[in-house]
Design a protein around this ligand. Sequence first.
Ligand SMILES: [Cu+2]
Length: 188
Amino acid sequence: MERRQLLKTAGVLGTGGLTVLAGCTGGGDNGGSDSTPSPSETEKTTGGSPDSNTVLMVTDGSQYYFDPIGLFVEPGQKVTFEIKSGSHSATAYKKGTSTASVTRIPDGAKPFNSEVMSEKGATYEHTFETTGTYDYFCIPHKSLGMVGRIVVGEPGGPAEGSMPPDGKVPQSRTIVDQGSVSYSEFSG
Ligand SMILES: [Cu+2]
C-alpha cells in the first residue's frame, strides 16, 4: 500500500519523478536495493510529502464508508480525504462542529470539517498536529454508521475506551500495529 502511494506520488511530481527514474536506470531494473519501507524516515519535503496518506470516501451500493477506516499518522502529517464515489464529508467529532454530538478528538486538537463534497476526486486535506485519537464522521451518512478513526502518534483523549455514538471503528491498538485498517478487513 505504501508503495502504491509512492508510485502515485511519483507520477504526480513531474521533475521529482523523473529524478527518481533517472536514478533507477543506473543499475538493474529489479535492483530491490531499497527494500526497507520505513515510513518514519525524516526525509520529508514541505508540500507534496511523499508519505502523504489518503482516505477514500465511498458509496458502494447501500454501503457508505471511509477506506481505510483506521489510519495511523505521525504528528505533523497530512491526511487527504478524497471522494471516490457519492457525496460525503470528513467531520471531526467535536461538539460545535457541524452535527457532532460529542467530542472525540484530543484536548487542544484542531477540529476539521470538509463539509459535504460530491465531485469524484474532490479532496480535503488536514494536517494532524496534536497527538491522540481522532474519531470523525460523514455528515449525510452518520446515521448509517459512516465513521472513521485516525491515531496520531499514539492513542489518547476522549475517544479512547468507547466507540463513536454512530458506528464502529477499529481499536486504536490495531491501527497503531497495522498502520492502516481497510474497510473490507474491518467489516469483513
Ligand atoms: Cu458519507
